[in-house]
Design a protein around this ligand. Structure first.
Ligand SMILES: [Zn+2]
Length: 308
């Protein structure tokens, strides 16, 4: 018997080595991404060429308090809804995030979609011009145009939550009713996209609508409210020329806009003049050397100055 082992020692040794080496490899490949670690590569580990080619959204998988990425060209979403976070004991509040100030960054934003008319035309222009933008969408329209919502996401524009109904009397009845609408919309974003936005924009803006309690609730739940600092004026009856003039006039008169110009436009039905003006608006901004960012938690607040 001893001789038998001696004779086959090499074969037995080989089999044991094979098992030791291959079984752990199998488990390594099968391991899911650990909770709290983004499935996407951290930007700091990428070379410049790779950074430029990165187009995919950054998806937060763990505690929101761990969030720290600061890339103005990469949309950010959450893998969980607020209630899922609460049920799993994951934090909802975001840490203090350093704002991204960089000379000549513009953020095109479009409110009140989705639809399959104006929104599609805007997406086609953005694709043609190879620039990114941010869309603040309404929860109660998402189910009508899921393909448009997916297209916005897949073309790596950012998506924000613009409430469920957009009805001021309902929304601004109390902080609770406002948050309820955000969460109603979140559930549908999650259903269609598998993720939900962190960024929100209050219909009609915050002025006269928000009290301190609204801000406290948003902060507690990790929502980032996003304003604007350039109004295209497309909510009034302006022509395409008027919209272009409005934007140029504001750009020329407010130095703060040079490092974070956040332009408000609308993508709801009836905004044909916005479509007409958009190629020219993009051309002017490109000529002035602006880079086109998407809104993220690190976008500077609309009217805040860079702290020196
Ligand atoms: Zn709106």
């Amino acid at each position: 018997m001893q001789n038998y082992f001696k004779k086959h020692l090499f074969a037995i040794f080989s089999i044991i080595t094979f098992i030791i080496v291959t079984i752990p490899l199998y488990f390594v490949n099968e391991c899911p991404t650990p909770a709290g670690v983004s499935e996407y590569t951290d930007d700091e580990t990428l070379s410049k060429g790779q950074k430029e080619s990165v187009k995919t959204p950054f998806i937060i998988n763990g505690d929101l308090s761990d969030f720290k990425t600061q890339d103005p060209f990469r949309p950010v979403y959450d893998n969980f809804t607020i209630s899922q976070r609460q049920n799993q004991g994951l934090s909802t509040a975001l840490p203090k995030i350093e704002p991204y100030y960089h000379e000549k960054t513009v953020y095109l934003t479009f409110d009140d979609g989705p639809n399959d008319d104006i929104e599609i035309a805007i997406l086609d222009i953005l694709k043609q011009e190879q620039v990114k933008a941010t869309f603040f969408l309404l929860g109660n329209k998402l189910h009508d145009y899921p393909d448009v919502v997916k297209r916005i996401y897949n073309e790596n524009h950012a998506i924000g939550n613009h409430s469920y109904t957009h009805i001021y009397e309902k929304l601004y009845d109390s902080p609770g009713s406002y948050i309820k609408e955000l969460q109603q919309a979140d559930d549908i974003f999650k259903e269609i996209l598998g993720v939900r936005p962190l960024i929100t924009r209050a219909p009609g803006g915050i002025v006269g609508n928000f009290t301190d309690e609204y801000w406290l609730e948003l902060e507690r739940l990790g929502y980032i409210e996003v304003g604007w600092n350039i109004s295209s004026g497309d909510a009034s009856d302006g022509t395409a020329e008027d919209l272009i003039d409005n934007i140029i006039h504001q750009l020329d008169n407010f130095p703060i806009l040079q490092d974070h110009a956040i332009i408000l436009m609308h993508s709801s039905p009836g905004h044909e003049e916005t479509i007409k003006a958009l190629p020219q608006i993009i051309k002017i901004l490109k000529e002035r050397g602006f880079a086109f960012g998407v809104i993220t938690p690190s976008t500077p607040p609309a009217w805040e100055n860079k702290k020196s």
